[in-house]
Design a binder for this molecule. Sequence first.
Ligand code: XMP
Length: 513
Amino acid sequence: TILVLDFGSQYSHLITRRLREFNVYAEMLPCTQKIAELGWKPAGVILSGGPYSVYAEDAPHVDLDVFELDVPILGICYGMQELAWLNGKQVARGEKREYGPATLNVEVASSPLFKGMDHSRVWMSHGDKLHGLPTGFEVIATSDNSPYCGVAHKEKPIYGIQFHPEVTHSTQGKTLLKNFAVDICKANQNWTMENFIDTEIKRIRDLVGPTAEVIGAVSGGVDSTVAAKLMTEAIGERFHAILVDNGVLRLNEAANVKKTLGEGLGINLTVIDAADEFLDKLKGVTDPEKKRKIIGNTFIHVFEREAARIQPKGGDEIEFLLQGTLYPDVIESISFKGPSQTIKTHHNVGGLLEDMKLKLIEPLRELFKDEVRHLGELLGISHELVWRHPFPGPGIAIRVLGEVTREQVAIARKADHIYIEEIRKAGLYNKISQAFACLLPVKSVGVMGDQRTYEQVIALRAIETTDFMTADWFPFEHEFLKKVASRIVNEVDGVARVTYDITSKPPATVEWE
Ligand code: XMP
């Protein structure tokens, strides 16, 4: 395992990501981590970049015990400046910020760090720079603007680089990280999903013990399904999955989940039909945030009630709550956020844990989304489910603008179903990150046959994005939109007009509410 100490760079998590791409497991912890409290010995340590200046009074610094580990160390950007600061303080503000591509000139061809990478393009993003060699170090690479683009300790395997090998703009950055982790640190390349399944199942069994039971909500989405399947592999019927049908799921969703998860994947699943309860509470509510709150609170209420009902009779208690937390959420909570570090909690079921006195179990907490998908496929979950678009917790309630009624949900559902069906038929589903139909609370005049109609409007949305923080609308062929519009107006009662949303995020959001 490689230890990545995070100094708060926006790229830090990518270091972990890249290492895993060549099967080396890496764990990221805040730069303030006390080495004595680590509990394991890393094969090597990477000090990440960060937005601070090492010479500032409140700058974060690494625990000096890291040098006592006697393992290879690589400092990236701020991490390199930290190494320089600790070895002679040769760091100062550069004349100008350097941001963008640079060419790497490798000076000491024998440096194992740069094996196979002379004159490669590297990505720079820094304001401070070294203005002298740290004590005991030599230059191993330069760039036009940085005479100390790469430095290495003369005797120990300690390296510093000014650029960011973890971003894809550094064309051979992955080679560098591999040189460091595999050749220099001799880290094991045994991080594979097959190994993950074995070790995680064992870990779950050890944690849960021979009799305790686990409960967890499933939604029909990728993360909860993969987590539920993994639990089922580990403890079988002692894992209880609950799908709460809140009345605002997709068309036929509850029945489909019952079929795929319950029958297909052998998950011990209970489907709770609580549609009336949710829709009653949503009566008269039009404010999006109120809708979210009502759905969230009602969910907790229903889940607790049903959990009490399936409490096993044999005396064995439900002790654990399963949650499909992924690594990006964990990173968000553990990233170094500055001298006054704040830890965010991401458990949207936090209320459940306290009320029900349950312990949390999060088998996916080390995984990135694409790793979860790979894991899902290895566990026998269908390609279609594994590559499903995300669906918001409040469901169609935030895609029916205005008041949410059974009738309105039925219209939005049918339109959405037709739209997604056509997207699939056109082979576009996997090119799109998320697509859905929204029902607008306005009426518009139309004509069908000889009849004047006066009915509602459907807005279609489809976006492409990598992180859902920014997104662009998907450029469908006009013929495709024509076909979908015609099918929706003809097949869905209550809709007279269809529009396509051509707004990016920002300024719009993905959802309409
Ligand atoms: P926005 O609309 O914020 O959406 O651009 C970004 C992503 O988040 C999803 N989303 C939600 N997911 N509960 C959820 O579980 C919510 O309240 C919620 N609101 C938005 C949205 O579908 C998109 O993928």
